[in-house]
Ligand binder design. Structure first.
Ligand SMILES: [Zn+2]
Length: 87
């Protein structure tokens, strides 16, 4: 798991905007990200440790990659929805 920082996630989101991969929700905090051109697909997981936000992707990158950048949008929407549902 890699800690998400505002700088690293910003970079990843920008890269994701250029690549525009397809994001599928597996379940809350688990997403499948597919590159529409190559068809390569990876799984991204999010978790929380105290107030640290962590993410993990099974691609070869060891940084916050664009797969994480692509799925965080869906993750935030889903987290907000769940939060609202639980409130
Ligand atoms: Zn990745």
């Amino acid at each position: 798991m890699i800690e998400i920082t505002s700088a690293s996630i910003k970079k990843a989101i920008n890269k994701a905007r250029q690549t525009k991969p397809f994001v599928k929700v597996i379940e809350f905090r688990r997403y499948q990200v597919t590159n529409k051109i190559t068809g390569a697909s990876y799984e991204v997981k999010f978790s929380k440790l105290g107030n640290k936000k962590l993410a993990e992707c099974n691609c070869k990158a060891t940084v916050i990659c664009y797969h994480i950048g692509a799925s965080i949008g869906a993750h935030i929407v889903l987290a907000e929805r769940l939060h609202t549902a639980l409130a």
